[in-house]
Design a protein around this ligand. Structure first.
Ligand SMILES: [Zn+2]
Length: 271
């Protein structure tokens, strides 16, 4: 059951106002704003290329955003390597993962990750799915991924591991239908990140920039935690309280790092 738009968007609007992203939060459900869509599409393109540049995404993985003009739709590239995504490749999908206007374009098999999370989490405005190499060991280990440093503060709330085999037996490991996507979204719960056993992870956020930030720092945190484990001895992670405080600061300065990342990939952005 969907709540009224004013309630559904309240958290996102509060956050984007706080973080100076008013052009995203200023949308309403009933007014069509092409500029708002263009800004979100630009962030999807930039985020895809940034994560590819960092090696968090390779030929696989995807970045999406809830349509700022229609909360029951989301925007995502046609099936394409993230480093090659341009604004012209972005398509519109409904929350069952159906393309609104496919025109023969190939679709990502795992679009149901995005569809089912948008359906389950009205506060989520962006979703990133990666096969983050540093994270994979934590998806098959009994050692939980925990917040090592302040940039990955969002992990202090926990990062559950979802195992596709638990409900679906032996599969090809892909989230290729709504039922599998729903199971993944249930394990994500109210968290910012869910790990996928033998596969990768999903990071969500109230804007594309934040979901990209979380996808990147989930990968960095995993690498640092592995290094810390290698040192031996007891580890001292951020507490949930520290995580909540540090996360608020990270969001406040997000544009600074986003502009730096965007500059890194601007020369490769097709006009
Ligand atoms: Zn995948």
């Amino acid at each position: 059951m969907l709540r009224p738009a004013s309630i559904r968007f309240a958290p996102a609007i509060a956050l984007v106002t706080l973080f100076g992203l008013g052009e995203v939060g200023a949308q309403t459900q009933t007014s069509i704003d092409p500029a708002g869509s263009a800004a979100v599409i630009d962030d999807i393109v930039t985020g895809s290329r940034v994560l590819a540049d960092f090696g968090v995404l390779d030929g696989f993985g995807h970045v999406s955003a809830r349509d700022p003009n229609n909360p029951n739709h989301f925007l995502m590239s046609r099936s394409l390597a993230p480093a090659l995504v341009t604004a012209g490749d972005i398509m519109e999908f409904d929350l069952d993962g159906n393309a609104v206007d496919a025109r023969g374009r190939a679709l990502f098999l795992e679009r149901f990750i995005h569809a089912e999370i948008y359906k389950a989490r009205p506060d989520v405005m962006a979703v990133v799915h990666t096969h983050s190499p540093n994270v994979i060991p934590f998806t098959i280990s009994q050692v939980p991924l925990r917040a090592v440093f302040h940039n990955a503060a969002f992990l202090a709330a926990g990062a559950p591991v979802w195992d596709i085999r638990k409900d679906f037996g032996e599969t090809d490991m892909l989230v290729r239908n709504p039922a599998i996507g729903r199971s993944l979204a249930e394990t994500l719960g109210d968290k910012s990140v869910v790990l996928m056993r033998g596969h990768g992870d999903v990071a969500v956020g109230p804007a594309v920039r934040m979901a990209v930030f979380r996808a990147y720092y989930t990968d960095v945190n995993a690498r640092l935690q592995s290094q810390a484990v290698g040192l031996g001895g007891l580890l001292n992670f951020l507490t949930p309280g520290e995580g909540a405080k540090a996360d608020a600061v990270n969001f406040a300065v997000l544009d600074r790092i986003w502009n730096l990342w965007k500059m890194r990939v601007t020369t490769t952005l097709a006009k």
